[in-house]
Design a protein around this ligand. Structure first.
Ligand code: ADP
Length: 427
């Protein structure tokens, strides 16, 4: 059920992401293709318009230079050019009856319509017009000369330009179609790639919550059972029931530690814990922690030795967290060794990094467990015995601390011989 909900949530998220990616990429493609088309159209029509303008100027000048306004005097080298078609009038100012006088060209064009189009545009107007399905490019203008105002309309076929542009449109359409295919593939690939870290993190988190609940269930059950024994005999004194109370109390203590560890990891996952960046004298810290652990080691009949350099080793980081790291490693060294064992803490450094090792002569770690030793809730068989109180979170916290300081942690171990945990931290 939960699995289904999770799958549904991720597949709808994936679809949304896919649509966003596709939409964005398609919009970019469309804008690019539209830009190519409009640049090309502008360029082609610009060429036509220049030719129309040259031709219009030439036509007017030919008429201007002629002594009369008779069409027979017009320079026919251009007027006979079949590529162009023109109509030319001279305006009759103030005459409301005869609006303008036809000079030459096509007489069937209404000068009034040209005048209306062009009068507000001193530079003339270019337009594409359709004549029985054939596109034409036209130039309309009212031109002022000393001899009076002229009205001119010049047209030329835009069929070639139109064909070129429709070919271009086809080509862009095909390119667009291929781009759509590529876009879909990119969208599919990106959406699953972007989501996979989140899915992995989600799964890890789910596993973490499931393991945490499982871990909490056992101590709670023990506390409950012990308290139930007490409740069965309310007339008994505390002293007579000390055994059950002691059991419940020790479970409360270990559960508190477990909850603290869980919180540390949960906060580390959500980046809530800030790591301080202060200069730390590692040598002093190692000495201080070893002093704290010494009496415990002696109590258990184990020897704790310290091998540090004469000069102090420094690092930049969070002293509280580094102390916690050392305590985890030393606590494990004590937990997984028998009486008579030796635990050696070594600290060395150079200009680039400091190296700290905690070596013990304990039970060692079986080779099949070594690759998973830093995983959450990973516990060896010995740790499963409740007297060891292992939660399986210590080494994962240690790994997080080391990595948060930009360092690394590795383990070497042989069953029956002992283990060495080596931490490298930047100096
Ligand atoms: P735990 O609370 O169980 O000690 P850790 O994360 O600290 O959890 O350690 C995980 C497991 O690694 C332990 O259960 C134990 O089996 C193994 N381990 C850790 N340190 C040592 C060591 N010094 N010697 C042998 N085994 C060790």
């Amino acid at each position: 059920m939960t699995q289904d909900i999770r799958n549904d949530a991720f597949s709808s998220m994936r679809i949304k992401l896919f649509l966003i990616i596709i939409g964005t990429l398609l919009a970019i493609w469309l804008v690019l293709l539209a830009m190519v088309y409009s640049l090309m159209a502008n360029e082609l029509f610009g060429l036509l318009d220049n030719q129309l303008l040259t031709y219009a100027t030439h036509t007017i000048h030919s008429h201007m230079n002629s002594k009369t306004t008779n069409s027979s005097t017009v320079d026919r080298t251009t007027t006979t050019d079949t590529k162009y078609n023109y109509s030319l009038w001279q305006r009759v100012p103030g005459n409301t009856v005869q609006y303008s006088v036809f000079i030459d060209g096509n007489p069937f064009v209404s000068p009034l319509s040209i005048y209306k189009v062009a009068k507000n545009n001193p530079d003339g107007v270019f337009k594409t017009i359709d004549n029985q399905g054939i596109p034409y490019r036209a130039f309309f203008a009212v031109i002022h000369f000393q001899r009076g105002d002229f009205i001119i309309r010049v047209t030329t076929s835009a069929a070639r330009t139109d064909t070129t542009l429709s070919n271009l449109l086809w080509t862009l359409g095909i390119v667009g179609f291929i781009a759509l295919g590529i876009t879909i593939l990119i969208g599919l690939w990106l959406s699953s790639r972007i989501l996979s870290p989140s899915i992995r993190a989600w799964k890890r988190q789910q596993q973490f919550v499931a393991d945490a609940s499982h871990e909490l269930r056992t101590p709670l059950a023990i506390i409950k059972t012990n308290l139930e024994v007490l409740l069965r005999h309310p007339e008994h004194t505390i002293e007579s029931e000390l055994h059950w109370l002691g059991n419940a109390y020790s479970e409360v203590l270990s559960t508190t530690t477990l909850i603290e560890d869980l919180l540390t990891l949960a906060r580390a996952d959500s980046m809530e814990i800030l790591i301080e960046h202060e200069e730390i004298d590692l040598s002093a810290l190692v000495n201080e922690v070893a002093d704290t652990v010494h009496p415990l080691a002696e109590d258990q009949g184990k020897e704790l030795k310290l091998e540090t350099t004469e000069f102090p080793c420094k690092t930049v980081g969070d002293i509280k967290r580094l102390r916690q790291l050392l305590l985890i490693l030393l606590d494990n060294a004590l937990k997984y060794t028998n009486a008579g064992a030796t635990i050696v803490v070594t600290l060395g450094c150079d200009t680039n990094f400091s190296q700290l090792a905690v070596k013990d002569t304990g039970i060692g770690i079986p080779p099949d467990q070594l690759p998973k030793i830093f995983d959450r809730f990973m516990r060896g068989d010995s740790s499963r015995h409740r007297e060891n109180q292992g939660s399986g979170l210590g080494l994962s916290i240690a790994k997080w601390i080391v990595e948060a300081h930009g360092g690394s942690i590795v383990v070497n171990s042989m069953v029956g011989k002992g283990s060495t945990f080596t931490v490298k931290l930047p100096s």
